[in-house]
Design a protein around this ligand. Structure first.
Ligand SMILES: [Zn+2]
Length: 301
């Protein structure tokens, strides 16, 4: 049974009508899982991160401004969310969920987070719906608890993981790898340890070749104990924000490959669902559900 990390609070955020962020997708994915054979015991509710854990990568001044709604208009525009206490609680819980997923994966070999992947959050600024970099914080906290641990952050969201790349630049035991659309946000990319930028309109074959080749190469060279996998589905051809041309079957093949690769090579795997921005929520859920389908197939064999 693959452990799923989820909290109903993920969809608890009042946003203006027609806001771009698909806040309801989390509870809908949870519903999808339950109606496709997941049991309620499979779900683990996370503890929120503490502010002192947040300061692992974010500046004290940034945390103070975030807590007290002291960003200026421009800073909030960059983030894309309106401030509320609800936003803070949700953000801390979601980031705590990624840390819980990493800890669970180290114990059970696999765990999937029904949120996470806030990879555009930087040391002292937020951006692109990302306030707290759950990936960087979770990886650092895990390596602090187990100093010999080596973590590969394998980010296949269509947007480059610029915040994660900056925050972990000099970290010897954490390797950052981003496979993304070269024409997608962020328009100023930051070097990860390894970046693969794909041209607009990349289709399944070339996309899957890039994922397979890159993961194999990095895993062979870096030898991670854990892969923290961002399974963003904004690579999907019908995504409103992505510029790639990957099908639903392509998403399933990517997720299956990554999970199966980790299992075959005895690497623990912690996955987060990452980005996905379609106004059609049932299609969006189907895209995210490929990760759950893949985990079921890989781990029920
Ligand atoms: Zn994205």
């Amino acid at each position: 049974m693959v452990p799923f990390i989820y909290d109903p609070i993920y969809s608890d955020l009042d946003l203006p009508e027609r806001h771009r962020y698909p806040i309801h997708k989390y509870k809908m994915l949870h519903q999808w899982a339950l109606s496709h054979g997941a049991s309620s015991e499979q779900f683990v509710r996370p503890n929120p991160l503490t502010w002192s854990q947040v300061k692992t990568v974010h500046s004290a001044d940034y945390v103070r401004k975030l807590k007290s709604n002291a960003f200026d208009k421009k800073e909030w525009r960059k983030v894309g969310f309106p401030w509320s206490t609800q936003l803070l609680t949700r953000t801390l819980t979601s980031a705590g969920g990624t840390f819980e997923t990493v800890k669970t994966a180290l114990d059970k070999r696999i765990a999937i987070h029904f949120s996470g992947g806030y990879h555009h959050a930087h040391h002292d600024w937020g951006s692109g719906f990302c306030l707290i970099n759950d990936l960087a914080i979770s990886a650092i906290l895990a390596t602090q608890a187990q100093p010999n641990l080596k973590i590969l952050i394998f980010d296949t969201d269509v947007h480059q993981g610029d915040g994660t790349a900056t925050l972990l630049r000099n970290h010897e035991r954490i390797f950052t790898c981003s496979i993304h659309g070269e024409r997608n946000f962020p328009f100023t990319k930051v070097d990860s340890d390894l970046d693969v930028a794909l041209p607009k309109g990349t289709t399944d074959g070339a996309y899957l070749d890039a994922v397979k080749h890159t993961l194999h190469k990095v895993a062979k060279d870096f030898k991670p104990d854990l892969i923290l996998y961002d399974a963003g589905v904004d690579i999907y051809r019908r995504d409103d924000l992505g510029h790639l041309d990957v099908s639903i079957e392509g998403i399933f093949s990517r997720d299956y490959f990554v999970l199966d690769y980790a299992k075959q090579n005895n690497i623990n795997l912690a996955a987060v669902i990452g980005g996905g921005y379609q106004r059609n929520l049932s299609r969006l859920i189907l895209a995210h559900a490929q990760l759950l389908r893949a985990s079921h197939q890989v781990w029920s064999d």
